[in-house]
Write a protein that binds this ligand. Structure first.
Ligand SMILES: Nc1ncnc2c1ncn2[C@@H]1O[C@H](COP(=O)(O)OP(=O)(O)OP(=O)(O)O)[C@@H](O)[C@H]1O
Ligand SMILES: [Mg+2]
Length: 326
């Protein structure tokens, strides 16, 4: 096990530009054993805890985040964020480009520290890379030098379970995401949708309390995207994970989420939060024809539109204006 861990670290750091991601991933895997085992024992002894007895999965308390610019000034990305994500809840975050959505995910994962305020995961302040959190990035997060099976297998191996048991779990998840028969394929041999499925298996097999997804399906075509969204809902329903899902697509946000958080133009604060009172289970291709869906879309778009315009005015190049209107 220790040797396997060292081998993975060596492989990870050998890959230029892959170090940070691998580091996060390895950290995430490393403690799942302890957390999952402790929770499992707790459930066995006390029964499944009611959500109100659990701490919130994620909490932002008056969080501000600034980044130092090259000129030494502070660029504020987030302003006074208060947000609670309940256990098992699916929260989507929408907002203009560059407003601070990915920064919010970075704070939850422990990749960034707040300049002011506090971020907690499962009731504990985040001080370092948070190990109860799975993170699916917009770009592929698979280890390119490992097969599908070995990508998915790495997580359970670090939980200290036997290779045979780890293989069982990995095969089960590969089956659940529909990749049976592709166990020996490398990521570059898979389609975009298949890579997303493998990434989902890789993240969900470690049973994270919180799954962060940063525009995970934005590079897929419309049909595959709808399939992946439905698959995500099915997989999420089979876990107890909370999801924080960043997207630019209001339709995707409403179709998937329990609540949609609308952010202002940067520095981002929370403009409004919408409860999505649509029935589950949902089929994302059909739920958009629900009368309530259209109402929610209209309300959220009206809220978001002014922020998008504000942002657009801010980033528009004066040179472009001159050419266009001269
Ligand atoms: N590490 C960093 N150093 C300096 N500035 C940063 C850093 N990370 C983010 N920023 C700045 O913080 C702001 C918010 O960035 P962030 O990536 O969170 O936006 P976003 O809402 O995810 O945008 P998009 O929708 O385009 O992905 C941007 O102005 C960005 O330039
Ligand atoms: Mg982003």
């Amino acid at each position: 096990m220790a040797q396997a861990f060292r081998d993975l670290c060596r492989d990870a750091y050998r890959q230029q530009g892959f170090g940070e991601l691998a580091k996060l991933w390895v950290h995430t895997l490393a403690d799942v054993a302890t957390t999952a085992a402790a929770e499992h024992v707790d459930v066995l002894l006390n029964g499944t805890p009611l959500p109100e007895h659990q701490p919130p999965s994620v909490e932002f308390h008056n969080v501000h985040k600034g980044f130092e610019t090259r000129s030494g000034q502070i660029h504020m990305a987030l302003h006074s964020i208060d947000l609670t994500v309940k256990p098992g809840e699916f929260v989507a975050v929408v907002g203009p480009t560059g407003c601070g959505k990915s920064t919010m995910l970075g704070l939850i994962a422990g990749l960034e520290k707040p300049s002011q305020g506090k971020v907690s995961v499962m009731g504990k302040p985040v001080h370092e890379v948070s190990r109860q959190v799975g993170y699916i990035f917009q770009k592929d997060a698979l280890f390119p030098w490992k097969t599908v099976l070995n990508n998915v297998l790495a997580g359970p191996l670090f939980r200290g379970i036997t290779k045979a048991e780890a293989l069982d779990q990995a095969r089960d998840w590969i089956h659940r995401v529909g990749l049976e028969g592709f166990e020996d394929f490398y990521p570059h041999q898979l389609s975009g949708g298949m890579r997303k499925r493998a990434a989902l298996a890789q993240s969900l097999i470690i049973q994270p309390n919180v799954l962060l997804m940063d525009e995970p399906f934005s590079d897929l075509d419309v049909q595959i995207r709808a399939l992946m969204e439905n698959e995500l809902l099915d997989l999420w329903a089979s876990t107890e994970a909370s999801v924080v899902f960043v997207t630019h697509d209001i339709v995707e946000a409403i179709a998937l989420a329990d609540r949609v958080v609308v952010m202002t133009a940067g520095p981002a604060s929370i403009k409004d939060i919408y409860a999505v009172d649509l029935p589950r289970p949902r089929n994302v291709a059909e739920i958009r024809f629900h009368r309530r869906f259209a109402e929610l879309y209209k309300e959220i778009w009206e809220d978001l539109r002014s922020e998008v315009l504000k942002n657009y005015e801010r980033i528009r190049q004066p040179e472009i204006r001159k050419v266009r209107y001269s």
